[in-house]
Write a protein that binds this ligand. Structure first.
Ligand SMILES: [Zn+2]
Length: 261
């Protein structure tokens, strides 16, 4: 038997099956250090190739909301692998988009700041993205896309993997015009985690629904993380509303966040 074949037979037993913070089973085979490296490199490239907003008031507005969401996430999901440090940048880009990359890099477009009417709506956006990150969706998607190659990557037998596939998997391939929407299961999970995080951080959770209504109104055909899921707006809103009661309860017990309007 070839060593690779043997490896493929024993690997599932070694890696097993992970669970997301909401208890969904997932298969994530790409080693964490590789995901972290991909996130760091991608964010560094974005900072170089795109205009980063330097205005302190705008940056503080976004950083404050991100800080509150991250604090809430650490309380709500103590089992999740939390990045040690977080890094937040606002990109001068009119398309309403945002992302959180492995290793703790959060990017928000100015177009999203225009669309999210208040700090609570921004908290819904950042909560959603941090949800994707803490539930390891990029790794799961990359594992699915690479299939067997992910196993080889795991044991260091694979040299080059397609860079575009990686960018797609972590949800930033849009700038190359190739992104795929996250699956419906991933979107629902990110929405629900985001909803609980914003509520625990003291932002009114009903603003998540208001955000998606704004998003639906803005429309657009660009294949970006947020816009790509456009047809599912109604389902998304229903899904959020069906989880609103526990979120409201959390909100009522939370300290109000001290973020500028
Ligand atoms: Zn998403």
């Amino acid at each position: 038997m070839k060593p690779q074949v043997l490896l493929l037979l024993i690997l599932p037993a070694l890696v097993g099956c992970d669970q997301t913070p909401t208890g969904r089973h997932q298969l994530t085979l790409v080693p964490d250090y590789i995901m972290t490296d991909i996130g760091r490199q991608t964010f560094a490239q974005m900072r170089q190739s795109q205009r980063v907003v330097t205005e302190p008031a705008i940056n503080e507005r976004v950083r404050c909301v991100a800080r509150e969401i991250i604090k809430a996430a650490a309380r709500l999901y103590p089992e999740a692998k939390m990045p040690k440090t977080w890094d937040v940048a606002v990109f001068q880009n009119p398309t309403p988009n945002a992302f959180a990359l492995p290793g703790g890099h959060i990017g928000v477009h100015t177009g999203m700041l225009r669309l999210a009417d208040n700090p609570a709506q921004l908290a819904a956006v950042i909560g959603h993205e941090v949800g994707h990150l803490l539930a390891n969706h990029g790794n799961e998607r990359l594992t699915q896309q690479l299939g067997i190659k992910a196993v080889l990557l795991l044991v260091g037998l694979l040299g080059d993997i397609d860079n575009q596939q990686i960018l797609q998997a972590i949800g930033v391939g849009a700038r190359l015009g190739i992104t795929l929407p996250f699956s419906r299961a991933h979107e629902e999970e990110a929405d629900l985690m985001g909803l609980q995080m914003m509520a625990a951080a003291g932002f009114p959770p009903s603003q998540s629904v208001a955000l998606w209504r704004n998003m639906a109104r803005s429309g657009g055909a660009q294949p970006l993380e947020f816009l790509s899921t456009h047809p599912a707006h109604d389902t998304r809103i229903q899904n959020l509303q069906s989880h609103m009661a526990p979120a409201l309860d959390r909100f009522q017990h939370a300290q109000p966040p001290a973020c500028p309007p």
